[in-house]
Design a binder for this molecule. Structure first.
Ligand code: NAD
Length: 270
């Protein structure tokens, strides 16, 4: 059921790859709630062509941009301003990729050029998105900027590898830029720390199915789905959360506050 929470709001959604993507679900809900926006992804991801289905449903233009390239982000913002006819109220950064994880490199045998790529794509790109937004003065007063993260920034999940460092950078950037953007334009900046979710990025981590089930059993409410995550993102883009900023917001069914659960005890007692 829609509540018109984003009526009249304009934005950009980074990272919808296919119908499993968290950004895909966010786009559908943002449309339902009355927002207008552009969709963007890396040119190589757009070649899959799936995003055009989403664009049609959302009546949104797709604009290619590699989020690690400042000139791509500048072009994206300029075109978005033209298409939407004004400045932005929200931006979603839903981007993550590690060449080391993708190519199965052990944590004790990382390729450092790839490590830097991981940090750039999954962490620094968030800074770039905000720095270009500041320089082009593209955000409206009381706007909301969000990135998605994972609890491996705080606790060790061995197979998450160098993505853990990228997420720690991402969350730290949210605090530092959150301070700056609040002072500049009353814009809030937060990260949402989401449960394991069955998407292309998620299932790329080896052992994903096991830690998906483990997290589900450890969380008193169970794992939060991509759909649940999209609802939270919409709430964070709405005017109902204007004073929330510089936070890493846990969206994990209680996982981060649980020591052990009855389900895990039962499992280990077998
Ligand atoms: N799936 C999970 O278990 C989970 C859990 C917590 C957080 N997250 C985070 O949620 C976010 C979205 O991931 P998802 O799970 O929906 O998977 P996904 O694979 O659908 O989305 C990741 C997106 O990043 C994009 N991307 C990669 N390199 C890029 C670049 N250089 N420029 C622009 N875009 C680029 C991909 O094309 C893809 O659309 C990521 O930040 C991910 O780390 C996922």
């Amino acid at each position: 059921m829609a509540h018109n929470l984003l009526a009249g709001k304009k934005g950009i959604i980074f990272g919808a790859l296919d119908e499993n993507s968290i950004a895909w679900k966010v786009a559908l809900k943002a449309k339902e709630e009355g927002a207008s926006f552009t969709l963007t992804n890396a040119p190589i991801a757009l070649r899959m062509g799936k995003i055009n289905e989403l664009a049609e449903k959302c009546d949104a233009k797709v604009i290619p941009a590699d989020a690690t390239l400042v000139e791509d982000i500048e072009k994206l913002y300029k075109e978005t301003q033209e298409v939407l006819g004004g400045n932005l109220d929200f931006i979603l950064h839903s981007i993550g990729m590690s060449p080391n994880v993708r190519k199965g490199r052990e944590y004790g045998d990382l390729n450092y050029d790839w490590f830097l790529k991981t940090l750039d794509i999954s962490g620094l790109s968030f800074h770039k998105i905000m720095q270009v937004a500041e320089k082009m003065d593209i955000m409206n007063e009381w706007g909301s900027i969000l990135a998605l993260t994972y609890i491996a920034a705080q606790r060790t999940f061995p197979d998450y590898s160098d993505m853990a460092q990228a997420k720690a950078v991402l969350e730290s950037i949210a605090r530092s830029y959150g301070y700056r953007f609040a002072k500049l334009k009353n814009v809030r900046v937060n990260t949402i720390s989401q449960s394991p979710t069955k998407t292309t990025a998620g299932t790329g981590i080896s052992g994903f199915d096991v830690f998906f089930d483990y997290a589900d059993k450890m969380s008193p409410l169970g794992n939060a789905t991509a759909e649940d995550c999209a609802n939270y993102v919409i709430a964070m883009f709405s005017d109902l959360t204007r004073m929330v900023t510089m936070q890493n917001l846990m969206h994990d069914g209680g996982f981060s506050s649980s020591g052990i659960s009855e389900e895990i005890i039962e499992e280990l007692s077998k």
